[in-house]
Write a protein that binds this ligand. Structure first.
Ligand code: NDP
Length: 255
């Protein structure tokens, strides 16, 4: 077969939360696979710095600074892209936060903030982008879940609930939007080396636990997500819909 099923040339990808960490690594991978990428985050300075790094590598990059939990801001950003002629073929719902506290001490507003950022935002952004994809009869959505899409751990209840919700939101998208030529799948990263885990990587006990419980014997690198994200955004996965793929060094299989 001569065609490259993983080629993203001519496609535009919006990756939420891509000013750093996993989102930025996914954006870089997709750009290397030929896509134009739109970076998103809330910290405009960080966003511009990351965009400029990718542009220096020769990639086609736009930025859209908005808070994914702010419905009006999401709609405005997408309308701006419409006016600029930017049509989104691929959406990666990656923006997320983590917050650690035992449930007995957890305040309702902290619960809500984590659910809003990690789950409700993916619904809002996807609904607005999917309205546009439906008109084109095609689109790829990749939602970033977690090992906690399937497993609970103490002190991260709202995060776990949100990521479990991401898995079922993905299946709901597949059930409702497959008829429009849209495929929605999720990635469940294991323990990855990003800012989100800074406090955990520098804690020798936790670091030892991760390395001991992961068959790979190490933390994951952000760039190790890119291949799966490219696969789930490309023609290679056109008949794959509603699934979650774990990129976890084998951890979920042995916990
Ligand atoms: P980081 O904390 O390194 O980066 C988070 C990114 O999300 C930043 O770009 C940040 O933007 C952005 N962001 C946060 N809140 C918002 C918001 N309200 N609106 C727009 N952007 C926002 O996280 P990771 O890269 O580690 O995580 C990325 C995703 O992967 C998350 O969904 C996380 O839950 C998931 N994940 C991570 C794992 C890991 O081990 N790291 C494991 C499993 C899942 P800004 O720079 O402006 O703050």
């Amino acid at each position: 077969m001569s065609i490259n099923l993983f080629d993203l040339t001519g496609k535009t990808a919006l990756i939420t939360g891509s000013s750093r960490g996993l989102g930025l690594a996914i954006a870089e991978g997709m750009a290397a696979a030929g896509a134009s990428v739109v970076l998103n985050g809330m910290n405009g300075e960080r966003l511009e710095a990351s965009a400029s790094k990718l542009r220096d590598e020769g990639f086609d990059v736009n930025v859209a600074a908005f808070d994914v939990t702010d419905e009006a801001a999401v709609c405005q950003a997408l309308e701006r892209m419409d006016h600029e002629g930017i049509e989104i073929d691929i959406l990666v719902n990656n923006a997320g936060i983590q917050f650690r506290k035992p449930m007995l001490e957890l305040e309702t507003n902290d619960w809500q903030r984590v659910i809003d950022t990690n789950l409700t935002s993916a619904f809002i952004v996807s609904r607005e982008v999917a309205k546009r994809m439906v008109k084109k009869g095609a689109g790829k959505i990749v939602n970033i879940g977690s090992l906690t899409s399937d497993l609970a751990r103490a002190t991260v209840a709202p995060y776990t609930v949100a990521k479990g919700g991401i898995k079922m939101l993905t299946k709901s998208m597949a059930a409702e939007w497959g008829q429009y030529g849209i495929q929605a799948n999720a990635i469940g990263p294991g323990y990855m080396l990003t800012d989100m885990n800074e406090a955990l990587t520098s804690n020798p006990e936790f670091d030892g636990w991760v390395k001991g419980r992961t068959p790979a014997g190490r933390w994951g690198r952000p760039d190790e997500l890119a291949g799966t994200a490219i696969y789930l955004s490309s023609a290679a996965s056109d008949y794959v819909n509603g699934h979650i793929v774990y990129v976890d060094g084998g951890m979920i299989s042995v916990l």
